[in-house]
Design a protein around this ligand. Sequence first.
Ligand code: ADP
Ligand code: MG
Length: 307
Amino acid sequence: MSKKKLLEVSGLKQYFGKASAPIKAVDGISFDVYEGEVLGLVGESGSGKSTTGRSIIGLYDVTEGEIRYDGQLISQGQDKQARKALAKNMQMIFQDPYASLNPRMTVSEIIGEGFDIHNMYTDKSERRQRISQLLEQVGLNREHANRYAHEFSGGQRQRIGIARALSLEPKFIIADEPISALDVSIQAQVVNLLKQLQREQNLTYLFIAHDLSMVKYISDRIAVMNNGKIVELGNSEDIYSRPIHPYTRSLLSAIPKPDPISESKRKRIHYHSQANTEDAKTFEVSNGHFVYASTAQYQQWLQETSK
Ligand code: ADP
Ligand code: MG
């Protein structure tokens, strides 16, 4: 992993609705994603994770803050050409492979759609070859190209979604809960595939999830999001071995333990959003491990977690 910042998000706010009473989906978040790393973005439903991903990919007019990709400001005032170039570098994998793939299109049409927009393959056999290659990369086979999306299982559909995301050879992929809609039995397979592709192609991921169970296996660092804010960020190891924010602790306490004895001792921690966060700021617990708290909260949480 290099130390080059591929994505820089600073002070991002994304509000919806009336200006007088906005829905603060994303409420002032800052983080970087380094080239070649996987940053996990975790939080319960409604935390603002998808909005973060969608803001990055350019689906909204940003309310406030800046987003930079490869040093270039992408959060405002881009022309069509710049947006097109960006779309090629940055792709999204969606949560629901049933809703995100058109059932009336063949696999070949779905995967090859971007080729036409970007004038990539005018030669038919070259195009077919590339589709076969993509299918094999995601663990499907070339005979699948002429079938329709609705003929596949959830896991296979997500593989098609991954092939589509890879078709334009992006550098950066936002995977928005790519396994949440899948059977538990195949979730690990899809995570392993994503991890393998990331290593082989030196891809950079923002990997969104609503719980901390699978994220551990794929992420180098993890950002924990609650109520539109990043409340804790650090190396995966720090987040798992020394979580400070009570929200992170509650998410960790929700993961079932693999062995029955530890599982019987597992205590759920319940988090109730604390109202007194007016003077909250970011504290650095240890190198690269940050927590968002008021001074009083920070001191209390350090004490609670040092026992
Ligand atoms: P997550 O992905 O973490 O579940 P979202 O980013 O989807 O969270 O949503 C965060 C909050 O913003 C939710 O309260 C949601 O209802 C609201 N929200 C998301 N998108 C919109 C939108 N386009 N218009 C209005 N409210 C939205
Ligand atoms: Mg979401």
